[in-house]
Design a binder for this molecule. Structure first.
Ligand SMILES: [Zn+2]
Length: 280
């Protein structure tokens, strides 16, 4: 059986997420641990963490399949010292909440060098991660997400992600998330078997395939290589239903948790989950 879920709201408390996920046909999920548009991290309400863990058991969700997505303000590649330090501190706080909730995986966009160049950005990110790993518990694994090729984004190629991993000291705490929309934006064409094989072998060559721990399953509103990063419902975009059928025909892909970041609400996600299941 595949592991599949969607990005879920935490507005009713963390403890409600396992049931909400179960109700849309999911057996895992992704969440933010606080409002992603502010720096401040709100502490977890008393007992919400305990109830959260109990409800994971109740709905048979393995904490090792869950992903926390970092806030949007974090930029570990920022050339501005104050932003860089704020990013490091915010990520430390978010990872501590992850540990408190017993969640294993934490997803972050590597960051943007804002014009300072790729090498600068990669070293800056690696240095930030060295600090973050010294100040957080080793139970959390950080996943670097591949990005759309736009702006000064680092991480649109596996070569770049591999370089970050090689530069970080304690890199056993690092893996990657593959986002199908961002990948499609950066010319990874998963609509053909050859395209998927190329993707798998590039990950293998750059860092080892076992670094791939999560997949963000999103269709793309724009065509191959557009670099626009606009997610679409599964089958309704340029990857399309046959594209996802091809992608999911690979055992290597199906064994990894699939998390939707498609538009809409829980009902729309339930629909996307049904679509994915119908392809298997
Ligand atoms: Zn994503």
């Amino acid at each position: 059986m595949i592991k599949i879920g969607a990005h879920m709201a935490i507005t009713k408390g963390f403890s409600k997420v396992p049931e909400d996920s179960f109700n849309i046909g999911a057996n895992t999920f992704q969440i933010f641990v606080h409002s992603p548009r502010v720096w401040a991290v709100t502490p977890i309400k008393p007992n919400d963490d305990v109830q959260f863990k109990e409800n994971l058991k109740k709905y048979c969700i393995d904490p090792q399949d869950i992903l926390v997505h970092s806030g949007y303000l974090i930029n570990l590649a920022s050339p501005k010292d104050d932003m860089w330090e704020k990013s490091i501190n915010s990520m430390i706080n978010e990872i501590q909440l992850c540990s408190q909730l017993g969640i294993k995986y934490f997803n972050v966009h590597p960051g943007s060098h804002l014009g300072e160049g790729e090498e600068f950005g990669i070293n800056r990110i690696a240095k930030a991660l060295d600090t973050i790993f010294k100040k957080t518990s080793p139970d959390t694994t950080v996943l670097l997400e591949n990005t759309a090729q736009k702006g000064g984004n680092i991480g649109y190629s596996f070569e770049q992600l591999g370089k970050i991993i090689k530069t970080v000291q304690n890199n056993s705490r690092l893996g990657i998330t593959y986002d199908t929309c961002h990948g499609f934006d950066s010319y990874y064409d998963i609509r053909t078997k050859d395209g998927v094989r190329k993707l798998i072998s590039e990950i293998e060559d750059s860092m080892g395939f076992d670094r791939l721990r999560m997949i963000h399953l999103n269709d793309s509103k724009f065509d191959l290589g557009a670099g626009k990063d606009r997610h679409e419902f599964i089958g309704k975009g340029f990857i399309g239903i046959e594209g996802f059928r091809t992608f999911l025909s690979f055992d290597e892909i199906r064994k990894i948790p699939l998390l939707l970041e498609t538009p809409g609400n829980d009902a729309d996600h339930a629909n996307d989950i049904m679509t994915v299941k119908s392809l298997l």
